[in-house]
Design a protein around this ligand. Structure first.
Ligand code: HAX
Length: 438
């Protein structure tokens, strides 16, 4: 068994027993109340999921196993002389709950490199798609095509004991993580670079190798990719991509099927697609106003967007109520490496101008920027201009968090998810009967 797999088993299996006992003893403790409004507003804030890998505070932002993003940037292992954390280390942290050593990260890299052989039919499936197919659609197709190698699905068909589910899930999770940067890079090079593919370089770390296969070999871009793949990895369990992975996985669909489903959710403009929408929105603004809009012009473009009944992409959040620390981490990166970049400066001007306008609407609960407000400008700085691909980058990162969580789901033996739904008639009758009884 690999180091990481042994450590995971040592952590997760006793905790599964502890949690079962905890639920037995404390199952009747009430945690919250559900209101009529909750039923209509997307269940926001209702506690109904167990996710071990990260926890979101609406003011402070995300903590991965207790660590904030600035702490992760400091404490996770880096390449020798490096400045940004390695995403493999974050995967270890989310899985084991402890900070890894650099050797632990090297161990993961070697393990994933040995699994990185993508079957030819996955590329053939992609090649069958029109070149104009959105990269996220291609990505979901490729993940489904990778499913033919699922050892969980095969073992389940052969008949395995429940207590071994986690073991086969572990194998699928690691193989999926090893292969998705390769299919993502393939999609990029087929769609935008005339099928001129670049072979993987297993000497590089996961993020740098991904950047290399995409065709961006500057050291600074490697740093950006490490940071990018860390900060987008996880945002507790209720966001659409994490929740979808958990929901579909709760049927015992294997990791590939669960992850492919989640990527269809990430491809929505209110979720991960917002990163492409931000750049599209800024480009539209530049076309209408000019290359370098001033604050007043930006303010009036925001107002016009709202008047036209559209959202200002990159702003607002279902849970956060302050500036997203993932935005701040990217802003810090930009201040170090590209303080004079024109587009980056537009992003910063929007940050100055948008919050009071959004707040003044009186209905937007969070007027502050989210992770997607900044990422496109950083990529564009290095010439990565094909913004319809940006959500695939997000998806490669998100795989780390949702796959670590799915593995925990299997180890803890979490059951099929099946919340209760009601009709409007049911709601009216229930409200009337409650009012009659007061
Ligand atoms: N621009 C305009 N209107 C906005 C808005 C924005 N950025 N954010 C919220 N609103 C509107 C909502 O559409 C809603 O309007 P209606 O009452 O007319 O339906 C109202 O304000 C209340 O919404 P809310 O409670 O503040 O926000 P929600 O929890 O419903 O939605 C969203 C959260 C992220 C979907 C929302 O803020 C939004 O649409 N933002 C723009 C898109 C975006 O950046 N998405 C990425 C979010 C982060 C993420 O998941 N990344 O992957």
């Amino acid at each position: 068994m690999s180091n990481l797999k042994t450590k995971f088993a040592e952590k997760a299996l006793p905790l599964a027993v502890e949690i079962r006992n905890f639920v037995k003893e404390n199952g009747d403790v009430i945690l919250g109340n559900c209101t009529v409004e909750d039923v209509y507003h997307g269940q926001k804030g209702i506690i109904g999921l167990l996710t071990e890998t990260s926890l979101l505070d609406s003011n402070e932002g995300i903590r991965f196993r207790g660590y904030t993003i600035p702490e992760l940037r400091e404490l996770l292992p880096k390449v020798p002389g490096g400045t940004e954390p390695l995403p493999e280390g974050l995967f270890y942290l989310m899985l084991i709950g402890e900070l890894p050593t650099y050797e632990d990260v090297l161990d993961i890299q070697a393990n994933w490199a040995a699994r990185a052989n993508v079957p030819a039919h996955v590329f053939a499936a992609l090649d069958a798609m029109p070149i104009t197919t959105h990269p996220m659609t291609q990505f979901a197709i490729a993940i489904n095509a990778l499913q033919t190698d699922s050892v969980f699905a095969k073992a389940y068909k052969e008949g395995i004991n429940k207590k071994d589910y986690w073991d086969y899930t572990y194998e699928d999770v690691c193989t999926l993580l090893a292969r998705i940067p390769i299919v993502a890079a393939y999609i990029y090079r087929r769609t935008y670079k005339n099928n001129d593919h670049i072979a993987s370089d297993p000497k590089l770390d996961w993020a740098a190798n991904f950047a290399h296969m995409l065709g961006y070999d500057q050291n600074e871009f490697y740093k950006l990719m490490r940071l990018y793949l860390v900060i987008h990895a996880d945002h507790e369990g209720g966001n659409v991509s994490a929740h979808t992975t958990h929901l579909v996985g709760s049927t015992l669909a294997d990791p590939y099927l669960s992850f492919a489903a989640s990527m269809n959710g990430l491809a929505g403009p209110l979720h991960g697609l917002a990163n492409q929408e931000v750049v599209r929105w800024i480009k539209d603004m530049q076309q209408e106003i000019g290359e370098d809009p001033n604050e007043e012009q930006i303010a009036s473009y925001i107002q016009q967007t709202l008047t036209n009944g559209k959202v200002v992409p990159g702003y607002g959040h279902a849970v956060l109520r302050k500036t997203d620390p993932r935005f701040t981490a990217q802003q810090e990166f930009a201040k170090t490496y590209m303080p004079d970049d024109k587009l980056v400066n537009i992003v910063w001007k929007i940050y100055k101008v948008a919050p009071p306008i959004l707040e003044n609407t009186g209905k937007i609960k969070n007027p502050w920027p989210n992770v997607d407000a900044h990422s496109g400008a950083l990529l564009l700085h290095y010439g990565f201009a094909e913004y319809e691909f940006y959500t695939v980058l997000f998806g490669v990162s998100r795989a780390l968090g949702v796959m670590a969580s799915l593995l925990w789901d299997r180890a803890l033996g979490l059951p099929l998810e099946r919340p209760k739904s009601v009709t409007y008639e049911w709601l009216k009758a229930t409200v009337a009967s409650k009012k009659a009884n007061v």
